[in-house]
Every structure is written in C-alpha cells, then in structure tokens.
Design a protein around this ligand. Structure first.
Ligand code: GUN
Ligand code: ZN
Length: 448
C-alpha cells in the first residue's frame, strides 16, 4: 500500500454537459491510498495518514498529479515520420508516412520502432492509447509484445488495406481475416492489451475488406477505429469509390462498423446527416488538432459535434501530429476554436481541456470504469507534472489563483519535459524515483 501525497486535479463528469466548475475536483495536500493498483481511499493527507501511519508515502507535493492521459488516435509506425511539414494529407501519405510504414515489413525494424513509440507515449504522460498499428501482422505482434512488457494500456490492431496504397502495404480480405483472428486470439484481453479492428480508411479498403472488418468486430468485444472526413481531396476520392453510399460515414456504417465501440479520427468536414448517425450510434470522434493544423486539413467544427451529442476526445495523430503531448493537443484544440470565432467556435476552458485529455478518452475507449479520473475504485494511472524549478511553468503555477488557473497554465506551458512521473496500475513506468522536496506552491490554500 502507498499513500501518494499531492495536489490532485481531475475531472469527474462531462463539462460540455454540466457546469465545468461542478465537475472539476482539485484537492491540495491530499492523499490517494493505493493498494494492488487500485485507489482505495482519497482525502485530506493528514486524516489518511492517521489511518495509515506505517505505510509508504510518495511525496509529490512539488508538482501536480493528474490522471494519465488517454490518446485516442496515434500511429505506431510513424514515430520517425514526425515533423514533415508543408504537405496536405494525400501528398504527406505518399511521400512521407507510407514509405516509412513500408519499412516495418522487417520485424527487427518494427521492434526498434515499437520501443521508440511506447517511450514516446509514456514520456508524454500518456497511459492509455488507441493505436493504429502496422499493415504487417508481424510488426503488430512486435508492438503487442513490447506493449505487454511495458504495462501501458494499449488497444491496437493491424491496419487493413487492399487498394490505392503502394503494393507492399496491401493484403487480401482472406489474409486480413486470418491475421486478425490470430492476433485477437493471441492478444485481446491479455493484461492491458486489447485489439482494435483498423481499416486504414475506406479510400484504401474494398467492400469485401470492410466485410472482413465487420466479421472481426463481431468475434469479441474488440474496438473499431479508422479515419474520416479529414481532407477535401480524400473525401472526393472516397465518394468516387463508393457511388452508392450517401456519405463517407456510410462507407463504414453500411457494414455495421459505426457503433459505440468505434472511434473515427478527424471528422473535420462532416455533414449534418453524418453527425446525426454518430450521435445516434454513440460512436466517438478523435480530434487531432496539431495534425489538422500541420496538414492544413481545416478547423474542427466542435460546436456541431456537441449539438449532435457526438463524443469527442483527443488524439495526437503522430506522425502527422507534431508530437505525443496531449497538453499540446489540448492547447491546439483551444486555439482552433478561438480561430473559428465567436459564431462557429466552441470556447474551451481548462476543465474542458483536462476532460478531453483524460476522462473523454477513457469513455471513448470503454475504459472509464477503470481509468480517466483519480477517484476511489479507479486504477492508479497517473501523470505527475513537476516543472524544473525556476522554469516559467514553475513560476506561473506558483502564482495560480485557483485550480482552474493552474490547469490553464499547465496546458499553455506544459511540455513533455515537465512530465516527472507516470504510473499505470500503480507501477511507475517513467520518471525519477520520487523524493520529498517541500511544497513550493505558495498558495495551496487557493486550490479548492
Ligand atoms: N488517413 C489515412 N491514413 C492516414 C494517416 O496515416 N494519417 C492521417 N492523418 N490520416 C490518414
Ligand atoms: Zn491518423
């Protein structure tokens, strides 16, 4: 048993539905009592210490403890492709992403990339992720081996395509089915690893391949993920491939792939009928704001998603996205809505941003009964943000007037360099050993 002593901030409800102030929970000098990976008590440190005088204490007062971040859209084979700027989606795929993805045909290469990828996630404070795998089953297997070893909560799958990509990345529906069944059998539900059926996008998948996806989705309680409505040229090509479908979403929905276990990435250019179906089915959208900005895909219509009650969470979309940090994605999501202006944009406050980076992702991935906040009964999946002393983030945090202000500053200034500790199931996966420097927050009384 361990007592984690910290300023703890989390979000316990949906700030898009309820008053943000009512769903923000912020406790200065509180304790989380953790046993066998689970938070068994939460409250004032003094009282809980009196209850548990002999247990170990991890003193995290120097920083802020948040729920581990949940990345709902990130590509394993694209770590080394991060940072290629200046191209729209289809050019970027052809010239940058797909040539790199082809290299994962080599299992040894895939193993190296898997290590880099998982390190990228955990060092950014991400503890759960819905991951686009590789086109190669061997590379996906390598990812699962590394993920299982790491302890991270990884949901991933083999990327399926049978047209419109370089030939080396294509498979057949028959082979895709056989590979998928074998991977599900070997990995789904093993530790923190789960499987997600993952057609790349309907531009690169035939009707037969989408049927295979439906068959795989029916085998177990696996998840579904793909791309949608990201870029004008992409949307036009999908319409040309599927003349019988009403819209992009229908290319998936026709095959039964749009359900409450589905996460569709981007949706920058949805039609009203598509949003209606998404709202009705309880499917989720992974909003990937740095990717949308980097590829010039457009400004995400958040308000329209909300109007149709479509759940939205955050994705880094590495490698079109510019890194693994969900703090950065949160800030970019905020910028995007500001740029859309008063009429179209949805103003996002700090509670919305923390919700998007944690609880919303847990809900999108069906993990919200286990993670997403730091309440009693949840697994201890947490990120400790502890900026270097004297850094600008450190200075502004010390002068934050309340928890909302502290959160806003974390999103405005926080980077992966400020991630000082990461735990999954109470196992510390990243960060230095926790030592007890004294609190340097001058106004902890204001965090309430
Ligand atoms: N659409 C199909 N593949 C991809 C990809 O790898 N990245 C992004 N951003 N969009 C895609
Ligand atoms: Zn993507």
């Amino acid at each position: 048993m361990t007592l984690y002593r910290a300023t703890v901030i989390d979000v316990v409800g949906d700030p898009f539905v309820e008053d943000p102030g009512s769903v923000l929970r912020a406790d200065a000098d509180s304790a989380l009592v953790v046993q066998d990976g689970v938070i068994v008590a939460r409250g004032a440190y003094g009282a809980l210490r009196a209850d548990h005088p002999d247990e170990a204490v991890a003193d995290l007062r120097a920083g802020v403890l948040l729920p581990g971040f949940v990345d709902t859209h990130v590509h394993f084979p694209q770590v080394r492709a991060i940072g290629a700027l200046g191209m729209p989606l289809l050019d970027w795929l052809d010239r940058c992403a797909l040539p790199e993805e082809a290299r994962l045909a080599d299992r040894g290469y895939a193993e190296l990339v898997a290590g880099e990828f998982l390190h990228g996630l955990v060092s950014a404070g991400t503890t759960s992720a819905l991951v686009f795998g590789s086109h190669f089953a061997t590379a996906v297997d390598a990812l699962f081996v590394a993920a299982a070893r790491s302890g991270l909560r990884i949901t991933a799958g083999q990327v399926l395509s049978d047209r419109a990509l370089p030939p080396g990345l294509l498979t057949t529906p028959e082979q895709g089915l056989a590979d998928g069944l074998a991977l599900i059998d070997r990995w789904h539900g093993r530790g923190n690893v789960r499987y997600a059926v993952t057609p790349r996008f309907s531009l690169s998948t035939s009707e037969q391949m989408l049927d295979v996806c439906a068959e795989l989705l029916g085998t177990e309680e696996v998840r579904f993920t793909s791309h949608i409505n990201e870029n004008g040229a992409e949307i036009d090509q999908v319409a040309a491939y599927f003349p019988a479908r009403r819209h992009y979403l229908d290319t998936y929905h026709h095959h039964g792939l749009v359900i409450d276990r589905s996460v569709l990435a981007h949706n920058v250019h949805p039609t009203e009928p598509e949003l209606e179906v998404m709202g009705q089915t309880g499917s989720w959208v992974a909003h990937c704001p740095t990717s949308n900005a980097a590829l010039g895909s457009g400004l995400f219509p958040f308000r329209r998603h909300l109007q149709h009650r479509v759940g939205v969470a955050l994705g880094s979309d590495v490698g079109a996205g510019t890194g693994f940090s969900l703090l950065k994605e949160g800030l970019q999501a905020y910028f995007t809505q500001q740029q859309l202006g008063a009429a179209e944009g949805l103003p996002l406050g700090p509670v919305h941003l923390l919700y998007l980076a944690t609880r919303a992702g847990a809900e999108a991935l069906g993990l919200d009964d286990r993670v997403g906040d730091l309440g009693v009964g949840r697994q201890f999946d947490a990120v400790w943000i502890n900026p270097p002393q004297g850094s600008t983030l450190d200075v502004v945090l010390r002068h934050a007037v309340d928890a909302g202000a502290a959160l806003a500053k974390l999103f405005a200034l926080g980077t992966t360099a400020d991630v000082a500790g990461v735990w999954v199931d109470d196992r510390q996966l990243y960060g230095t050993a926790v030592q007890p420097p004294p609190s340097r927050y001058s106004r902890p009384d204001k965090v309430a």
